[in-house]
Ligand binder design. Structure first.
Ligand SMILES: Cc1cc2nc3c(=O)[nH]c(=O)nc-3n(C[C@H](O)[C@H](O)[C@H](O)COP(=O)(O)O)c2cc1C
Length: 331
């Protein structure tokens, strides 16, 4: 069980926000396989305030897409508070604040992991958010800016003082981006320093990695990001593993193909027949990762433009793919 403010989760793992990926169809597929709390990708407070139509589409949800968190990005208090007023109507279960994004376009404005350099300012901003909303507020941080300035513990303490209800930490520095391995020690230090729940993030690609994150850090919950790409089963596998201590068998090929088709259909409904099939190309590659005999299909996937073309390739995968030694996606 994991409790973040007024929100109680039966299982202590969460679908982490991923820009360009954790849209409504992606979240609903993960929920089908046991994901409870999911996040909309990071959303710029300024874009929300300027009523950017793309942003409104990005944060779209529906009643069964619950519990759901929204993650805000920005540094300007005025915009952030206005953004909170705009999103109030969506009744998100958590408002998370992004102090973790490593992208230069973001950090050059002091946003995302740029906030790791200003723990006091981050604390003040979080306090203003907490005072402005009844929804539980959390923050996502990194280990630090770079290896010479690993300050997650200090940042986390300022954040806790601001009244947040939980803290997510990706155990890499901004400088590392997504490379190198996750630093469990820094997550442990943060966990030991705080009284609120700490949710670890980084390199959880299987139930066994999740166990490692818990064991090495003592964290209260785990956020799963890249481990869910083309692998929504990770949630049910992890639940089973935590209950029984056994990693279940990977899904059969027809089930993988069925989910791909359902994901494609939902994407077309959400994003339209022009954008969705092209955006699905990367999902096709993720879903079929580790299967044998799919290389020729993958080459053709990058030429598919319509839902029918993509569906035909999914059906070819269903008929022609086979398991390979490295295909066990739960290892
Ligand atoms: C493509 C991509 C987009 C991401 N977008 C976000 C985001 O919008 N907000 C955020 O807090 N983290 C974002 N992340 C970071 C993940 O939530 C997670 O913390 C990180 O990938 C480490 O976990 P992993 O090793 O399990 O992938 C993103 C990661 C990836 C790979």
């Amino acid at each position: 069980m994991l409790k973040i403010g007024s929100l109680t989760l039966d299982l202590p793992f969460i679908l982490a926000p991923m820009a360009g990926i954790t849209d409504l169809p992606f979240r609903m597929i993960c929920r089908r396989y046991g994901c409870e709390l999911a996040f909309v990708e990071m959303t710029s407070a300024k874009a929300l305030v300027y009523e950017n139509r793309k942003t409104e589409k990005m944060i779209a949800t529906r009643p069964d897409d619950r519990p759901l968190g929204l993650q805000l990005l920005g540094t300007d208090q005025e915009f952030i508070l206005k953004a909170l007023d705009i999103i109030h109507k969506y009744e998100y279960d958590i408002i998370d604040f992004n102090a973790a994004c490593p992208v230069t376009k973001v950090t050059s404005k002091g946003e995302g992991s740029g906030m790791m350099k200003e723990p006091r300012k981050l604390g003040r901003l979080l306090k203003a958010i907490v005072d402005h909303t009844d929804t539980p507020v959390t923050v996502k941080i990194r280990a630090g800016w770079d290896e010479r300035s690993v300050n997650a513990r200090e940042v986390a303490l300022y954040a806790q003082d601001a009244g947040i209800k939980g803290l997510f930490i990706h155990g890499r520095t901004r400088e590392q981006g997504y490379s190198g391995s996750v630093d469990y020690q820094v997550i442990r230090e943060v966990k030991e320093a705080l009284d609120i729940p700490v949710i670890g993030s980084g390199d959880v690609f299987s139930p066994l990695h999740l166990r490692k994150m818990f064991d090495e850090t003592g964290c209260d919950g785990v956020a799963i990001a890249r481990g869910a790409l083309g692998n929504p089963w990770i949630f049910i596998e992890t639940a089973e593993y935590l209950k029984k201590g056994i990693v279940p068998q990977m899904p059969e090929i027809p089930e993988v193909a069925d989910i791909m088709a359902a994901h494609l259909r939902a994407s077309v409904e959400c994003h339209g027949p022009v954008v969705a099939p092209v955006a699905f190309r990367k999902l096709f590659v993720w879903y079929t990762k580790g299967f044998r005999d799919v290389k020729p299909l993958k080459d053709r996937v990058f030429r598919a433009k319509t839902e029918d073309e993509m569906l035909a390739l999914i059906n070819e995968f269903r008929e022609n793919a086979s398991y390979s030694q490295k295909s066990c996606i739960c290892q």
